[in-house]
Design a binder for this molecule. Sequence first.
Ligand SMILES: C[C@@](CO)(OP(=O)(O)O)[C@H](O)COP(=O)(O)OP(=O)(O)OC[C@H]1O[C@@H](n2ccc(N)nc2=O)[C@H](O)[C@@H]1O
Ligand SMILES: Nc1ncnc2c1ncn2[C@@H]1O[C@H](COP(=O)(O)OP(=O)(O)O)[C@@H](O)[C@H]1O
Length: 284
Amino acid sequence: MRLLVKAPAKINLSLDVLHKRPDGFHEVEMIMTTIDLADRIELTNLSDDTINILSHNRFVPDDGRNLAYQAAQLLKDRLDIKKGVAISIDKVIPVAAGLAGGSSDAAATLKGLNRLWDLGLSLDELAELGSEIGSDVSFCVYGGTALATGRGEKIEHLPAPPNCWVILAKPTIGVSTADVYRNLDVSNIQHPNTEAMISALNRSSYSDICANLGNVLESVTLDMYPEVAQIKDQMERFGADAVLMSGSGPTVYGLVQYESRLHRIYNGLRGFCDQVFAVRMLGE
Ligand SMILES: C[C@@](CO)(OP(=O)(O)O)[C@H](O)COP(=O)(O)OP(=O)(O)OC[C@H]1O[C@@H](n2ccc(N)nc2=O)[C@H](O)[C@@H]1O
Ligand SMILES: Nc1ncnc2c1ncn2[C@@H]1O[C@H](COP(=O)(O)OP(=O)(O)O)[C@@H](O)[C@H]1O
């Protein structure tokens, strides 16, 4: 039997770091929302007890380092499943980009195998398992729009943002999340207003969402990779309503309400950047 699952990317509308924890992780307060840019994952039962990863992207590992592989292995270990699966990943989300592509592949694999193998696990159970794979996997299991706290694994659902376009531009560098957190000076942080963003979402106020975008990792990545600042500037100059780097970067996104302006920004950025996407928020 075979099953197709979609694994959508996320963007961070806000990302705050409260402190560094004794376990080395950072205590965060993030508001994330899913967007209509997705990997497609095909799961096929195998007759022998193995996990095979197939991906035609040279940046995606095809062994136990792959987060989708780790998701399948975790289910097999915890539930003592003696089945095999081939996981084919059609990679659309840029890799190491701050868009949680790997985490979303893991979440989609957990959800897909739950159906394929008829495991009967709830979304909460899948999210809890997912948090063992990575901090962003729990959010990706639920999708939608949420406040993520702890190291990112504690999820509180929020209303979807009002409909708008998201333009994404990824420079040709990949960023290591661990490096960015390591270079963050937690004693010198300008905190975004998370409460104001929650209020903007509750009131469905597009202008207040734009006014309250904020990411404390942005200045760290901008210092490491000045080309990210250039893309931000260009996106602002071409007329996006608000611009922010997602997660640890380097992808920069701009929010745009009107389609007429979308084409100008998209075409303008294509001149500077290979990977540019214009997508909708999913959010629900
Ligand atoms: C920054 C964010 C924002 O959404 O996303 P990305 O930019 O990766 O998409 C997340 O916090 C990333 O989540 P994720 O990519 O799942 O991180 P993990 O695999 O759990 O951790 C990778 C490394 O990042 C650091 N890390 C991660 C999360 C956290 N709250 N504190 C940390 O210090 C740790 O050094 C850890 O070893
Ligand atoms: N299924 C996967 N898709 C993409 N990258 C993966 C996957 N599994 C493991 N990785 C590894 O995880 C790293 C981070 O990838 P990704 O999840 O795309 O970035 P980010 O955490 O910035 O959103 C990559 O460098 C890659 O080596």
